[in-house]
Write a new protein. Structure first.
Length: 196
């Protein structure tokens, strides 16, 4: 969570929702300071602040997590991906292992879990959708002049249309249905994620 007493806001940062870019901007331009953890644990100490977060289409976020894990595994050969019980051999195996491991693995839930789980108990004034990030950020009450964000970590790997079978999409939907429902995302896979 990032707090600015001067501008009276609290930003609850969720993984793979442009939280790094947004928090860097908030720290540099609005004197925000990180408190508690990076992953959105809400505190009643900040009930008087304007509280907001960013959420992302669950499919889009999952592809971003997969890209991050592949990059992490390449840069850090001893990265604890195996300890998380995740397979990076293919996107299909990754989704299957994520769905299978999610409930039973505390570390997986804590860092890469469902957005709704991170926000449980938080009373928010605004939820910004990643897909309309700059519009949402620029509509915040403390933002004066327009902000153009530098998004450093956008997904680069496209998923072959034939890999995401209806069964695979259904498996992930069932594991993440609360995110789809609570944040009003449809079950269709965003076309920008699919290779042509």
């Amino acid at each position: 969570m990032y707090i600015s007493r001067k501008y009276n806001f609290a930003f609850i940062a969720l993984t793979k929702t442009a939280s790094t870019s947004v928090s860097e901007m908030l720290c540099s331009q609005y004197k925000a300071k990180q408190v508690h953890t990076h992953h959105g644990w809400y505190s009643r100490d900040y009930h008087d602040c304007f509280r907001f977060t960013i959420v992302r289409n669950p499919y889009d976020r999952l592809v971003s997590i997969w890209n991050h894990m592949i990059d992490w595994n390449e840069k850090t050969p001893r990265a604890p991906i195996v300890k998380l019980g995740l397979s990076l051999s293919s996107f299909e195996r990754f989704v299957e292992s994520w769905c299978r491991q999610y409930r039973g693995h505390k570390r997986l839930r804590k860092k890469w879990g469902k957005q709704t789980a991170f926000l449980r108990g938080a009373v928010l004034h605004r939820i910004i959708k990643y897909e309309k990030l700059e519009e949402g950020i620029n509509s915040l009450p403390f933002v004066g002049r327009p902000i153009l964000l530098d998004r450093k970590r956008t997904p680069q790997i496209k998923i072959d249309r034939h890999i995401i079978t209806p069964e695979l999409a259904e498996m992930f939907y069932l594991a993440s249905r609360q995110d789809f429902h609570d944040f009003d995302y449809g079950r269709e896979i965003p076309s920008h994620l699919l290779a042509t």
